[in-house]
Write a protein of this length. Structure first.
Length: 97
């Protein structure tokens, strides 16, 4: 997987994007939940009909992820409770995803 292999990330995206990816993955790993993420201008989005979050990398690239809980934490409104999401699944690393 690209997220686990720096050389592959560099080959795929170039050194600048690979370095930002490494930094964002470190931020994600350190956070207890999605709402603790601050770097990369985090934003809730819909990606391929999936409620998701995106973090900017560089040069128009971003990383997109969704909840990866067996039962995704939800608010009374039915929306995802991102304050309780601690497990994520990366679904895209692309330009303007």
């Amino acid at each position: 997987m690209i997220c686990e292999n720096e050389e592959r990330a560099i080959d795929e995206f170039g050194a600048e994007i690979a370095e930002k990816l490494k930094s964002r993955l470190s931020d994600i790993s350190a956070a207890k939940n999605v709402k603790e993420l601050f770097a990369g201008f985090p934003q809730e989005i819909i990606h391929d009909s999936i409620p998701s979050y995106k973090l900017d990398l560089a040069a128009g690239y971003r990383i997109v992820f969704c909840s990866n809980h067996l039962k995704t934490p939800a608010l009374d409104t039915g929306e995802i409770n991102w304050n309780e999401v601690g497990y994520i699944k990366i679904i895209a690393i692309s330009k303007d995803a």
